[in-house]
Design a binder for this molecule. Structure first.
Ligand SMILES: [Zn+2]
Length: 250
C-alpha cells in the first residue's frame, strides 16, 4: 500500500459576480450552489483521508485558465471535478431535467471516473438525463487539465422542480454524498460510515475546513484548532472581526 495521499481538485463553477446563471424566478444562483456542494464534498473527502484542493473557496472570480493552472500544479492529481448545474431554453422555465456528467471524450480514466459517479448517483435515486454521460471536447476545463477530468451538471436550474430541489440543503447533502461515494470508488477507497457521522457532522467538517482556509480560525501556535474547547467572548469577537473583514464590512 502506498502512503501517498490520493488527491482531488474540486472546481466550484462560476463566482459571486455571475448573476446570469440562475433559476428564472431568481430564487437560485448557480455560483452559490456550486460552492456549497463543493464544501460539503470537501468535508466528506477530507474526513476519509483524501487531499482536496478547491479552485475557489469564496465568491472571488477565478478564470477558467487559472482553475486549470491550479489543478495542473498539483503533483500526481488523481481527479479534477468541476461542479455546475445545467440550463436549457431561454429565460423561462423548461422541461429539460436530470443529472449528467461531461467528459472530453470516451475511454481512459476519465470514463471510469464518470461511470463510478453515475453508478453512485443512480444508486442514490437521483433523477438522470436520458443520456447521462456526455462527451464534449470543447469545455475549457476538460480540455486544459492534465489529470482525468469530469464536469458534473447536477440537474437543471431552469426546471421548476429541480431548481426547488437544488435549493434544499438535504438534497445538496444527498448529491454530495453520492458523488463522494463515486469519487472514492474511482480512487479505490472504500466508503465508510464514519463512527457517529451525521449530516450535522459532515456539515460541521465542511464549515471548519472553510473557516480554516479563510483564516477565520487559526488555532494555537501549533495550528491545533482546539475544536472541542469552549470559546471565549474575545475569541468570538476575533472570529467575527476576521469574517467581517473577509466580507468587506471592516
Ligand atoms: Zn455552470
Amino acid at each position: 500500500m502506498s502512503d501517498q495521499k490520493k488527491s482531488v481538485c474540486l472546481d466550484p463553477g462560476h463566482d459571486a459576480g455571475n448573476l446570469a446563471n440562475k433559476s428564472p424566478d431568481g430564487s437560485y444562483y448557480e455560483h452559490e450552489f456550486t460552492l456549497d456542494l463543493a464544501r460539503r464534498m470537501e468535508g466528506m473527502l477530507t474526513a476519509r483521508g483524501v487531499a482536496v484542493t478547491m479552485t475557489r473557496t469564496g465568491g472571488e472570480a477565478v478564470s477558467l485558465a487559472r482553475r486549470c493552472e491550479i489543478a495542473n500544479s498539483i503533483p500526481g492529481l488523481n481527479l479534477f471535478v468541476s461542479i455546475h448545474s445545467n440550463a436549457a431554453g431561454g429565460s423561462g422555465w423548461s422541461d429539460a431535467a436530470g443529472w449528467s456528467v461531461y467528459l472530453y471524450g470516451p475511454g481512459g480514466d476519465r470514463e471510469t471516473a464518470a461511470q463510478d459517479l453515475l453508478e453512485q448517483v443512480r444508486a442514490a435515486g437521483i433523477a438522470l438525463r436520458p443520456s447521462p454521460i456526455v462527451y464534449d471536447p470543447e469545455l475549457y476545463v476538460l480540455k486544459h487539465t492534465k489529470a482525468p477530468a469530469v464536469l458534473v451538471e447536477n440537474g437543471f436550474h431552469t426546471n421548476r422542480e429541480e431548481a426547488a430541489l437544488l435549493g434544499q440543503p438535504a438534497y445538496r447533502q444527498k448529491l454530495a454524498e453520492a458523488e463522494v461515494k463515486g469519487i472514492l470508488q474511482y480512487l479505490d477507497i472504500p466508503w465508510t460510515d464514519l463512527a457517529g457521522e451525521t449530516d450535522y457532522q459532515r456539515e460541521a467538517a465542511a464549515a471548519v475546513a472553510w473557516m480554516k482556509e479563510n483564516g477565520i480560525m487559526r488555532g494555537n501556535g501549533e495550528g491545533d484548532l482546539m475544536l472541542d474547547q469552549p470559546l471565549t467572548r474575545r475569541q468570538f469577537a476575533v472570529m467575527e472581526y476576521r469574517l467581517a473583514k473577509l466580507e468587506g464590512f471592516v
